[in-house]
Ligand binder design. Structure first.
Ligand code: T4K
Length: 377
């Protein structure tokens, strides 16, 4: 009983968006009639069609999760084994692991001090004759400098694969964010702005690449009697696709509600010495995916960890996304040096992502800000 009371009071970093239960039940009724539960069924196809329209992309393929979309997209690019992929360490494990699991070598580029995305002025220095691709991350929903990345990729003949896990629905200069680069991969995980419970998608233009990618997510099968690739199994099932169809109907509403939460945070935390907020990027239609706050201890007087502890004491689960950096992970011990990406290292020690979801009450946002501001010394 006591446990339930405590849990009810906790505010976590996010909470899954869900459609009304009846709407989902209605959507999945057809699955009981058809008995078709997976393997690119009607729901899978319907969600694909709807996402192409919503995201403003040419081609899309759906996956079990965002990680498999990334990992198999990299594989489908057919980069030379052992070649180098320029990426950033300020991200979730998935980005770096997708590179390493493909037998490729991540080369870590530092990030910008303001928006946490790849510092494009450092890319060219990292290019060698072994570089085959760039894999930037639109981290927190902040858009990378896509124009400069495109220019560099074109100049050196490199592929570009965006980790767009955080940028569902984001537009840059009126264009869907996934229309940049050779491939862009979204995550539809339960914690994302748009979810299909678990799920992900790769968006691209090249139809031949799409065929290779499709085969990789389906055991390398080309036809009923032809298996000419060594593939995995990363197909989105019909229940997940049905959840995606329902959530897509409400996503605009959800983003609008998130916007109000973000505005409330900004109202209380802007202009505070020692607190850095993400910039509002020009020409970007945001999705309000995350609300990162950077605490500069020397000015704010309190460390990020102390703020996190103070929030935790009040039942508020802010998270240190993204600490540690991926180039500091134990699994890579001795292989990479996080000191070579000093800005990313600096930010990862100071950033805290505050609770953010559509139904987060503005009273709770105010309470969170009050606790944070009380930490000032
Ligand atoms: N690239 C980037 C840049 C990514 O951030 C991610 C995933 C990927 C690639 C890979 O995409 P996926 O393969 O996951 O589709 C979470 C998510 O699991 C992960 O998807 C996400 N990034 C990462 C940033 O966050 P955790 O370990 O922090 O999740 P967890 O279980 O602690 O959940 C966080 C909070 O979310 C909970 O405190 C409460 C809430 N929650 C969680 C779940 C599982 C819900 O409300 N409902 C739920 O079902 O990784």
């Amino acid at each position: 009983m006591r446990r339930r009371k405590l849990l009810k009071k906790r505010i976590l970093v996010t909470r899954s968006s869900m459609p009304p239960m009846e709407e989902y039940i209605d959507e999945i009724k057809e699955l009981w009639e058809s008995h078709w539960l997976t393997n690119m069924g009607a729901k899978h196809q319907e969600l694909q069609r709807k996402l192409i329209e919503y995201l403003g992309v040419e081609q899309i393929d759906l996956f079990t999760n965002g990680h498999m979309a990334l990992e198999l997209s990299l594989q489908a690019l057919n980069l030379p084994r052992g070649s180098e992929v320029i990426t950033t360490p300020f991200t979730f494990a998935s980005t770096t692991h997708a590179i390493v699991r493909n037998g490729l070598e991540p080369v870590f580029c530092d990030i910008n001090l303001d928006d946490f995305t790849m510092d494009v002025s450092k890319i060219e220095d990292l290019i060698t004759d072994r570089t085959s691709a760039i894999m930037p991350v639109h981290v927190y929903g902040n858009v990378c400098n896509v124009e400069e990345i495109e220019r560099i990729a074109h100049k050196y003949g490199l592929k570009v694969i965006y980790d767009a896990a955080h940028t569902f629905g984001v537009k840059y200069k009126g264009k869907g964010i996934a229309s940049f680069g050779d491939v862009s991969c979204f995550s539809f995980h339960a914690t994302k702005v748009f979810n299909s419970i678990e799920g992900g998608a790769a968006c691209f233009k090249d139809k031949d690449f799409g065929l290779d990618l499709y085969r990789l997510k389906n055991f390398g099968i080309r036809g009923p009697e032809t298996v000419d690739g060594v593939g995995a199994n990363a197909k989105m099932n019909e229940f997940c696709a049905a959840m995606g169809i329902c959530n897509l109907r409400h996503v605009e509403e959800e983003i609008e509600k998130r916007k109000k939460v973000v505005e409330c945070y900004r109202e209380h935390l802007s202009g505070i010495d020692g607190i850095q907020l993400s910039p509002i990027q020009e020409n970007v239609t945001q999705n309000y995916a995350y609300f990162p706050v950077v605490f500069e201890e020397k000015i704010f007087g309190t460390t990020r960890n102390e703020v996190a502890d103070a929030l935790e004491e009040q039942g508020i689960g802010a998270r240190k996304y993204f600490y540690p950096l991926t180039n500091a992970f134990e699994c890579f011990h001795g292989k990479y040096d996080p000191n070579e990406t000093p800005v990313a290292l600096h930010m990862s020690k100071r950033v805290l992502t505050l609770p953010l979801y559509a139904d987060l009450a503005l009273d709770d946002v105010e309470k969170i800000c009050e606790i944070i501001l009380k930490c000032r010394n």
